[in-house]
Design a protein around this ligand. Structure first.
Ligand SMILES: [Zn+2]
Ligand SMILES: [Zn+2]
Length: 284
């Protein structure tokens, strides 16, 4: 079986890896080497497009190499996406790996809030793929925060509902992204040690409503293969979803295309089929 493109991959050009002068240097090339080793035909480097100072965090919620970005006021002041450096790196790598389709993209965080900032930084239309991600919420403090931070401040179910209720606002409030990523994002840091394991069926109506809004907008839903859930493709298909991408969300070369054989088998079960090109959406 031919693997589909990995449509969600990070490298040293994403601020959360530490940047091109950090230990992450060379990760883009190493990821291409790994892709060829495992027979992956195509991948998209979807680097983080986030805006510094627009969200808050706590030291314990960040990885050690990210803690230096924390301001004394609690804002996360990470570097801006270096679009020129990124495009130059892609241009250098393509001739080195002619058997791999290396595609361009970004993972645009909160695209409904930062359209003007993004346009000032780079031309999104020039990219092969724009992912839309909801990473942060404002639950009343005035500055947005990741679910991992909000779980320390609010009942866990309130955070999950707030996340799911913001999805339609993001979908309706932006025309710049084609694929909604990791809809289970708030489940990744669910405080199971306090409230028990995450039970998706408790939030079924919220997930289904979020999926309906994404489907009605004509967008695709990412099957994030960091964690496989059969209810995601099932509910997506039942709520009218027609298209999916596969994304490992790899931040290191070893994680590229992780769980792809299992994920593609699951999506075939729910009626999704590959397109002509490895990077085409799978549709039903
Ligand atoms: Zn993300
Ligand atoms: Zn990502």
């Amino acid at each position: 079986m031919k693997l589909p493109a990995d449509s969600h991959v990070h490298s040293e050009w994403s601020w959360d890896t530490g940047g091109p002068t950090s230990v992450a240097a060379g990760r883009m090339r190493a990821t291409c080497v790994q892709a060829i080793r495992i027979g992956l035909p195509a991948l998209t480097f979807t680097e983080h497009l986030d805006f510094p100072g627009t969200w808050r965090s706590r030291s314990e919620d960040l990885m050690s190499h990210q803690r230096g970005f924390l301001s004394s006021a609690g804002g996360v002041e990470h570097p801006l996406f270096d679009a020129d450096g990124y495009f130059e790196a892609i241009d250098r790598l393509r001739p080195e790996f002619p058997e791999l389709d290396i595609r361009t993209g970004v993972e645009f965080g909160q695209p409904h809030l930062f359209a003007d900032d993004a346009a000032a930084l780079t031309d999104l239309a020039a990219l092969d793929l724009v992912l839309g991600s909801l990473h942060t919420l404002d639950m009343g403090s005035g500055l947005r925060a990741e679910p991992v931070t909000l779980y320390a401040e609010h009942p866990a179910s309130d955070v999950m509902w707030a996340y799911l209720e913001e999805v339609p606002r993001m979908v309706d409030g932006s025309d710049s992204f084609a694929v909604f990523t990791h809809i289970d994002y708030a489940a990744r840091t669910w405080p199971s040690w306090e409230v028990g394991p995450f039970e998706p069926r408790v939030f079924e109506e919220g997930f289904r409503g979020a999926m309906r809004s994404i489907a009605a907008s004509g967008r695709a839903l990412e099957m994030n293969t960091g964690r496989l859930w059969s209810w995601i493709p099932q509910w997506w298909a039942e709520e009218g979803g027609r298209a999916v991408t596969f994304g490992s969300d790899a931040h290191t070369p070893d994680a590229v295309a992780r769980n792809f054989p299992e994920a593609t088998a699951m999506l075939e079960h729910y009626g999704f089929r590959a397109g002509a090109n490895s990077w085409d959406l799978w549709t039903r």
